[in-house]
Design a protein. Sequence first.
Length: 249
Amino acid sequence: MRRGLVLITSGFLLMSGLFSGCASGNQGKEGVDFAKLREKMVKTQLVPRGIDDADVLRAMRTVERHLFVPEAQRKSAYRDHPLPIGEGQTISQPYIVALMTQILAAKKDSKVLEVGTGSGYQAAVLAELTKEVFSIEIIESLGKSAEARLKQLGYENVHVRVGDGYAGWPEHAPFDGIIVTCACPSAPKPLVEQLAEGGRMVIPVGGSRSYQTLTLFEKRGGILHRKDITGCVFVPLLGPHGWEAGPER
């Protein structure tokens, strides 16, 4: 969870100027009341669609989503659709972030792995709810900017590294929960192995250029149990184990 602002006086230039002015605040220089927009987002996009976990709703009201999108997109940050964040990647629409978080059902003492840091927004939401978040981003510029942003906003319980998320983060396994924010052909074996007994993995499974199925896997008795949740569209998994490896399979 947030532990107060940490001021950064030097370091990585955030996405070549796409992101700037990350100081926390509900009234931006755009003259927009972002707190009011967050409340509207919760009441009109999340609650009517079945997001009813009080802790998840609190986190969605708390995390300043407009600070996780490029400055030019801030007025659109709380609208009901994904937004580009550079490098051909997107930040998921608020409902999908809330849905994946609710399905994960992480607890206050949970240790969670995220594959696909992006802008860091999903990691921030998870950080409001759990003990520790480990997030991996394969695109270096996104990973470094997200890490700087999360530190600046005071999320001390989030750890970010640049690398291939398919392999997970074995040094810190097992994880009580795993969220994958990119489409995969199937549940990656290393992630299954790093999921704790009784743990949950939320992941979009399916084709790289078509609709996927948001899927919940639970490990019970060492066996992975699958439950399909809903159709979705995510950017594809990158790297040697993703869709770059060859034809869809």
